[in-house]
Design a protein around this ligand. Structure first.
Ligand code: SF4
Ligand code: SF4
Length: 296
């Protein structure tokens, strides 16, 4: 048996698996009768790198992009959060225009791959995942009637999707690992799910988290690291995946400061003690006031 993790596709039918060298008969161009039909029924799941490319294209912050251009959904029964492109009430992508895609240069992975579906598969007992592809045939898409044959590999090159796969690879492997772990892991806590969301999609919040003193007190990272992630979204995003792997899967690659956990427990104890003393003081004042009121 094998495990797989599917990345975005827009169809529910059972696909035929294709190898990288397999040929597909397909072409898409502006003059085609169905031009824009796919974007008018868009169901586009985003990867972490898609978000960076799109928010930079639009010149907005990550927070603004998430708020105005995406909707969250649950990727599996454990509630692992995913992000999709927001559409209008008729299901049309907000980026489609009469001229085509208004963010074409930075369109998401799923849009580049279409009509090829993409999944990572891991054979039982294997440590390496392998890419597998399948063809999505939908009635509205007339590209399959065009007279052009192209291999999956050449199509990926033409659509410039390789850089996306390369950058998203670790994150996609993590999804595969989560899926392979099966039901024994169970539904993660709400805190873990929020942590997953932040590390995967919310680059602004991740930056605040990493630049925070309590992060610096916990992890052994040098000044160069902080200089880089303060400025560079991509480096930060890739670090977010490492952090996820370490925190949720115990794959330790980020050195933890010695005694960091003990120190945090001590600090927490101090805070709790201060809070306890403050509560005692408030209680005393209340009692004194009650006695004064009773005597007056
Ligand atoms: S991002 Fe562009 S290509 Fe993708 S669905 Fe929207 S308009 Fe179409
Ligand atoms: S050929 Fe397919 S992918 Fe191209 S515009 Fe038409 S529906 Fe969309």
């Amino acid at each position: 048996m094998s495990e797989k993790f599917d990345i975005p596709n827009k169809s529910n039918f059972v696909p035929t698996v294709m190898e990288p060298g397999s040929k597909l008969k397909f072409n898409c161009h502006k003059g085609i009768s169905c031009f824009n039909a796919c974007c008018k029924h868009a169901d586009i799941q985003l990867t972490p790198y898609d978000i960076l490319r799109l928010k930079d294209h639009l010149g907005v912050t990550g927070t603004e992009f998430l708020k105005n251009h995406t909707v969250p959904f649950e990727m599996d029964k454990d509630g692992i959060p995913g992000i999709k492109l927001r559409t209008d009430n008729d299901g049309a992508c907000l980026f489609v225009t009469d001229e085509g895609c208004s963010v074409y240069k930075d369109r998401p992975t799923a849009c580049r791959y279409y009509p090829v579906g993409h999944m990572a598969m891991k054979e039982a007992g294997s440590t390496e995942d392998e890419a597998r592809y399948f063809l999505i045939k939908e009635d509205h898409c007339k590209g399959h009637e065009e007279d052009r044959e192209i291999s999956v590999d050449d199509y990926r090159r033409e659509q410039e999707v390789e850089i996306y796969d390369q950058i998203n690879r670790d994150w996609l492997q993590l999804m595969l690992k989560k899926k392979s772990a099966g039901p024994s892991i169970g539904r993660p806590s709400d805190t873990s799910l929020q942590f997953f969301f932040m590390c995967s999609y919310d680059v602004d919040r991740l930056r605040r988290f990493v630049m925070n003193d309590s992060f610096k007190a916990s992890y052994e990272m040098d000044d160069k690291f902080y200089e880089t992630v303060e400025k560079e979204d991509l480096a930060l995003m890739q670090f977010g995946t490492r952090l996820l792997k370490q925190v949720l899967f115990g794959d330790v690659t980020i050195p933890v400061k010695e005694n960091a956990v003990d120190k945090r427990i001590e600090e927490r104890k101090e805070v709790l003690e201060l809070r306890r003393q403050a509560e005692i003081e408030i209680h005393k004042q209340k009692k004194e006031q009650e006695m004064k009121d009773a005597l007056s």
